[in-house]
Design a protein around this ligand. Structure first.
Ligand code: SF4
Length: 288
């Protein structure tokens, strides 16, 4: 199946609304050190298009109730460099639009802005992840992903055309990007984000090792923080008071900028009228 019910990896702390999930590509070239998907998809760094994707999607989308929310993507980025030529994600958007489905695009790539006209004509919101404003940190943490300025620029292009835009400041990793929370909130809200979704880093043995090797100077304190944290499903969480402090800082900062804020897989209730994934921005657009 190409369209599957969204699966938050059995996280009991997920507060996402019901939605379907669609990954036009298998694997992802961004190489984010904290990636969860890379641990369970073979040859993850080799991004390849799904076989017969558009035909299969057209068949499956015909059976889905109009208005249903489809998130693309949760286990890969829907705008890898190949998308520039292949236009597979664009093909998916066209099918979803014709069927009257709503979409939530989640990406780290500025290439999403190449579909701005189409996105502006459909029920769509776009969440762009920005974890740091520093190119040097970005290159170590997300070596294959577009640099922060390009992502902010894409946000502005989309927002200017009336597309609902949110930002994912996600994950926050103590010692690596937590000191930037206020600057990140300021940058994404000025770039046009109407909502911010944030979360703290959830460690798994494989990705923790990668982070410590790329950031050896922060490694020891990160390990000792996680040693005091909790195990939730397959992930290690930071201590609850650390998580609460980090999310509170993000929330206060977002409130100062006049944008809504929610946390992802932290287990805290969302503010009434918002969804943790930013998809409430869709109804806002439909009403206005
Ligand atoms: S963009 Fe997402 S799927 Fe791709 S490597 Fe980064 S975290 Fe993993």
């Amino acid at each position: 199946m190409i369209l599957r019910p969204f699966d938050p990896w059995k996280s009991p702390l997920c507060t996402c609304p019901a939605k379907l999930s669609l990954n036009p590509y298998t694997g992802c070239p961004h190489g984010c050190l904290y990636c969860y998907a890379s641990s369970y998809i073979l040859r993850f760094a080799e991004c390849r298009p799904k076989v017969d994707l558009l035909k299969r999607l057209a068949r499956e989308a015909a059976k889905v109730k109009p208005g249903t929310l489809v998130a693309l993507s949760n286990s890969s980025d829907p705008y890898p460099p190949q998308e520039k030529e292949l236009r597979l994600t664009k093909g998916c958007l066209q099918i979803l639009k014709e069927r009257g489905l709503s979409v939530l695009v989640v990406t780290k790539s500025h290439l999403v802005a190449q579909d701005v006209e189409l996105l502006a004509e459909m029920s769509a919101c776009v969440a762009i992840t920005v974890t740091t404003l520093q190119d040097s940190i970005c290159r170590r943490l997300e070596p294959g992903a577009p640099l922060p300025a390009k992502r902010l620029d894409a946000m502005t292009k989309l927002a200017k055309k009336g597309v609902a835009v949110s930002a994912r400041i996600d994950p926050i990793i103590p010692g690596i990007n937590d000191w930037e929370i206020d600057d990140l909130v300021l940058a994404v809200s000025r770039a046009g984000a109407g909502h911010i979704t944030s979360s703290t880093y959830k460690a798994r043995p494989g990705n923790m090792k990668k982070i410590i090797s790329a950031f050896p100077e922060e490694g020891a304190s990160l390990e000792s923080l996680f040693a005091r944290g909790d195990k939730v499903a397959a992930s290690c969480y930071l201590p609850v008071e650390t998580r609460r402090d980090l999310m509170q800082r993000g929330k206060e900062s977002a409130e100062r900028e006049g944008v809504t804020f929610s946390s992802c897989r932290e287990g805290w209730a969302t503010v009434p009228g918002t969804n943790c994934d930013g998809s409430h921005l869709l109804s806002y657009l439909l009403k206005h």
